[in-house]
Design a protein around this ligand. Structure first.
Ligand SMILES: [Zn+2]
Length: 139
């Protein structure tokens, strides 16, 4: 089921202001987060409007986390991350999604949670496209 006031459901400009679609998985969609303060930061969103992990069936969880695992492995490799951070919040945007954030020991916020409150790093359209191409070709 889709929800009218949810940007992951409607895929409106609020979504495209924040992220760019990379590709679809079996029950989810992968996006490149426009703020690339953490190079390779992505979001994996469940394809349907669910708000809590426990609202997904066991099979849906299995499929979702299999995709997440595959993506994380690729991001770790191609962005030379020391650790992938995974974050599930949803206070303001309740649609079930996971932030996938490659972190580096010598990069920003190592050892503490990643943040949206510090300087954002935006790329040019060409840079976004080449980053998306790199991720897609590695999946
Ligand atoms: Zn939704």
């Amino acid at each position: 089921m889709k929800k009218e006031n949810c940007f992951y459901c409607t895929k409106n400009h609020e979504l495209s202001d924040l992220m760019i679609k990379i590709c679809d998985f079996e029950n989810s969609t992968l996006y490149l987060f426009k703020d690339q303060r953490y190079p390779g930061r992505c979001v994996l969103a469940f394809h349907d409007h669910r708000e809590e992990l426990f609202e997904l069936s066991e099979e849906e969880q299995k499929v979702f986390f299999k995709s997440l695992s595959e993506i994380a492995s690729v991001l770790k490799k191609i962005f030379h991350a020391d650790k992938i951070n995974y974050a599930i919040y949803g206070d303001l945007v309740s649609h079930f999604h996971v932030h996938i954030v490659p972190k580096k020991k010598d990069g920003p916020e190592w050892g503490i949670p990643f943040t949206d409150m510090k300087e954002k790093i935006y790329l040019t359209d060409e840079e976004y496209q080449s980053r998306i191409k790199l991720i897609k070709s590695s999946l």
